[in-house]
Structures are given as C-alpha cells and as structure tokens.
Design a protein around this ligand. Structure first.
Ligand code: SAH
Length: 259
C-alpha cells in the first residue's frame, strides 16, 4: 500500500513471553528506530529497558476489569502518531497475531493509508513450553496442538469439542480466572476428568512456576496455589512432561507484568 503519511509508519512488534533475550533481532532493530513506543501491560521491565531513552512511551495496558484504552482508541493513536511522521512501535506481549488484537491494528493502519509491518514474537505457549521442557507435540503423546482463548465471557459460545483428548494438546490462554468453568466445559464435552493438566505461570520470567494436576482439579489448583496472570493452561498428556528444575535458574525477582 502506498504510504501517504510523510515518513511515519507503524511496526507491530512481538515482545515475546517476557525474557528480553527472547526478542527477535528484527524486534530489537525496530525498537532502536522508534520515535514512539506504544506498549501493553504484558511487556516486562527488561524488554522496556531496551527502548531508547529518546523514544516517547505510551502505555495502553489493559486490565480485565478496566480497559485503560479501548481497542479503537489504540488504533486511532497509532495512526495519529504515524501521520505526524513518527516511527511508531506497537510493542505487544508474545506474538502480535496470537490473541494480541494485532489484526484490528493492522486494519486501522490500512484504513488510514499508514504503512504497517508486523514483526512476529515468540508466543507464550512456545516460550513457556521451552522453559518447562514440555514439548507440546511430543511424538509419543500428541500430534495436534490447539490454542484457545479461555476468557470467562463468551466461554459458553466457544466450541472446543475435539480439541483436547488422546493425542492432542490444548493450550488455553487467558484461562486462569475461568479455570473452574473451563474444567467443567471440557468434562461436559466428554474429556476424562483425570486428563493431565499443567499451569505455566509467568513463563520465561523469574519466579516462573509449573503446576501440575488433573483436569477435575484445575480450578482447585488455581485457588490453592493462588495462580496469577499471566498464566497458560496446558491440557493433555504432554502436561506430565518436563523438568521443573529447568526453570529454577530463573531466580532474579522482577515485578509481575499485568495482562
Ligand atoms: N500475544 C500473546 C497473548 C496475549 S493474551 C502471546 O502470543 O503470548 C494474554 C495471555 O497470554 C495471558 O492471559 C496468558 O494466558 C498468556 N501469557 C502471556 N505471557 C505469558 C507468560 N509470560 N506466561 C504465561 N502466560 C502468558
């Protein structure tokens, strides 16, 4: 698309699951050029430390109860900054196109004739699985992996039938708050209550936890262990794999990002 706006443009950059050294080289180069960095709450302090001091920071952190900035307003902001001639880096946790609403932001740029590029990031499922040494498609256990959004709102409308069970791995993003309802839904769909599950909390970040149990106990586990966001729920036999000692080198304490 022809760039009608001076030299301004938007770069949607995946910031990865947390650890700064999981950024791509392309993401780091984008940050180096940024005039404005528009970031959300999932982007942690050590990634933010790579933002050049001259760049202007705008936080559009969302919280479950209170959307600091509506999605449409974020699109408007990106467009306005680019039309003013700025190189705008929109820094998003994980990958911009995995539950990141990157699609809406690309559309907003297109609609305004603003040049936009997407730089992929390591999604938290990949980062978390690697850190926990839990292969999501271990050949002996699963040949299918599905990513779903487990937000409480709209859960009943989602059809997850067939996504979990023997030979399949289900990764649930944004599922901690709705953990009881998620277990109920999966069991009602016919999944065995003793299906293994794991929770990857603060994946790749210091203080990361891997918690394991069975599906029927998912809600109980979240409550007993006071699991906080960000966390992923893994459902399927691969949830029994991994080495919890592998995460013990992530010891430096950092403030917890908010999703
Ligand atoms: N685009 C992001 C996902 C955004 S949705 C990605 O590709 O990872 C937000 C959800 O992502 C959180 O509720 C949580 O389920 C998951 N998440 C993000 N970062 C995480 C982390 N470091 N550890 C565990 N889960 C994480």
């Amino acid at each position: 698309m022809e760039n009608t706006a001076k030299s301004g443009r938007v770069l949607l950059v995946g910031a990865g699951p947390g650890a700064a050294d999981l950024l791509t080289l392309r993401a780091v180069r984008a940050l180096e050029q940024a005039d404005v960095v528009v970031h959300d709450g999932l982007v942690g302090a050590d990634v933010m430390a790579l933002v050049p001091p001259a760049a202007r920071l705008v936080s559009v952190a969302k919280r479950r109860d209170r959307h600091t900035m509506q999605q449409e307003a974020i699109g408007d902001l990106l467009v306005a900054e680019a039309l003013a001639g700025n190189i705008v880096v929109r820094l998003k946790g994980g990958d911009p196109f995995i539950f990141g609403r990157g699609g809406e932001e690309v559309s907003a740029c297109y609609a305004a004739g603003v040049s936009v590029e997407v730089i992929p990031g390591i999604s938290s499922a990949m980062g978390g699985a690697a850190a926990a040494l839990m292969p999501l498609t271990h050949r002996d256990h699963a040949s299918i992996v599905s990513f779903v959004a487990g937000e409480c709102r709209g859960l009943a409308d989602q059809n997850w039938v067939g996504l979990a069970g023997k030979g399949r791995t289900l990764v649930i993003y944004m599922g901690v708050t709705g953990a009881y309802a998620i277990a109920e839904k999966l069991i009602a769909d016919g999944l065995a209550p003793d299906t293994p599950i794991a929770i990857l909390e603060r994946a790749t970040l210091p203080g990361m936890r891997v918690l394991r149990s069975l599906l029927a106990d998912l809600g109980g586990l979240v409550a007993r262990q006071a699991v906080i966001s960000p966390a992923l729920i893994i459902v399927g036999d691969v949830a029994t794999l991994g080495d919890d000692a592998a995460i013990s080198n992530l010891t430096k304490a950092l403030p917890c990002p908010v999703s």
